[in-house]
Design a protein around this ligand. Structure first.
Ligand code: NDP
Ligand code: MG
Length: 333
């Protein structure tokens, strides 16, 4: 079992009276900047001028500047840029301004673990990865709570990198919920696996295949949408609150028997073999290289696959039906 750190184990002192730079004022950046400031720490925000998030940072009372200015004299530099642009921005604007003894902080291990960013040995490298999106990191903090965080240390020349990471995690509210120690390797590999196999890839593919099966059998797409997509949330909410047991307690006995007896025919040993292959592609760095190459060559495959789903019958049906349900706060992209 993992060791869990709470507020008493994660004093904020290592950052008291120090400056923290937050590079990028997006989902995570806006939450870390505001929570750390509310915890009494000086925060310097770097954002691209003339962007919506630049204005947001101003509205939140920050004076966003360029990266060089933010990094200058900062004890901790938190990189909350999109993962795929971090390496480029690091090389051109962060690395040239680093000084021995500073700490670089990431919210996800991708670039460090796969060595797209290799900071000098005299720089601490830590991670605080909140287990939730930035808006939740902010809204829970404002309510007096926090989102659980993972912490990891990759480089520790000053010998207090873990304390700095714990102070950062505490400063954003993470210690109120609990902070779990991990490694860059474990966080990066499990995060990629989870999103590819279960959360995003696996779930989308399951929904698409179920919807298609019903529509091809002659059922109305609207009905198939409700059964295979809309109701996913109802079931996942039950799992989120009380695991599989609570979900099964809440659904009908008929649904429960169908779940127990049919589920294993959908996710079979063949599926598990494929999962292991996907995990191998992650641990070997094959996936990371493929994604970085795809990004650098103009995202052709990415855009093609995205458009296919965007224009699918499932998505068209959903866009129409969600307009009928005012309470769900329907979103379109
Ligand atoms: P976002 O895309 O929400 O935010 C990135 C921000 O950086 C945007 O405001 C973007 O501006 C800005 N930006 C882009 N280029 C530059 C630049 N050259 N200089 C300054 N600012 C720039 O990212 P996330 O918050 O989602 O992700 C940040 C990190 O957090 C990633 O490592 C991610 O893996 C991790 N993470 C994210 C989670 C999430 O729920 N979102 C959860 C846990 C970890 P613009 O919008 O104008 O492009
Ligand atoms: Mg994740």
């Amino acid at each position: 079992m993992a060791k869990i750190f709470y507020e008493a184990d994660a004093p904020i002192d290592p950052l008291k009276g120090k400056k923290v730079a937050v590079i990028g004022y997006g989902s995570q950046g806006h939450a870390h900047s505001q929570n750390l400031r509310d915890s009494g720490i000086e925060v310097a925000v770097a954002e691209l001028p003339d962007t919506a998030n630049y204005q947001l940072a101003q509205q939140h009372g920050f004076t966003p500047g360029d990266i060089k200015t933010a990094v200058d004299g900062a004890a901790l530099i938190i990189i909350t840029l999109p993962d795929e642009i971090q390496a480029k921005v690091y090389k051109s604007q962060i690395a040239p301004n680093l000084k021995a003894g500073q700490t670089l902080g990431f919210c996800h291990g991708f670039n460090i673990h796969f060595k797209y960013i290799s900071p000098p040995k005299n720089i601490n490298v830590v991670m605080v990865a909140p287990k939730g999106p930035g808006h939740l990191v902010r809204s829970e903090f404002v309510k007096g709570g926090g989102v659980p965080c993972l912490v990891a240390v990759q480089q520790n020349p000053t010998k207090d990198a873990l304390n700095i990471a714990l102070a950062w995690a505490n400063g954003i509210g993470g210690a109120r919920a609990g902070i779990i120690k991990t490694t860059y390797k474990e966080e990066t590999e499990t995060d990629l696996f989870g999103e590819q196999v279960v959360l995003c890839g696996g779930l989308s593919a399951l929904i698409k295949a179920g919807f298609k099966t019903l529509v091809e059998a002659g059922y109305q797409p609207e009905i198939a949408y409700f059964e295979c997509m809309h109701e996913v949330k109802l079931i996942v909410d039950l799992m989120y609150q009380g695991g599989l047991s609570y979900m099964r307690y809440s659904i009908s006995n008929t649904a429960e028997y169908g779940d127990l007896s049919r589920g294993p025919r959908i996710i079979t040993s063949k599926t598990k073999t494929e999962m292991k292959k996907i995990l191998k592609e992650i641990t070997s760095g094959k996936f990371a290289k493929e994604w970085v190459d795809e990004y650098n060559s103009g995202l052709k495959k990415f855009n093609k696959l995205y458009k296919e789903d965007y224009n699918s019958k499932l998505e068209k049906t959903g866009r129409k039906l969600r307009k009928m349900m005012k309470w769900i706060d329907a979103k379109e992209v």
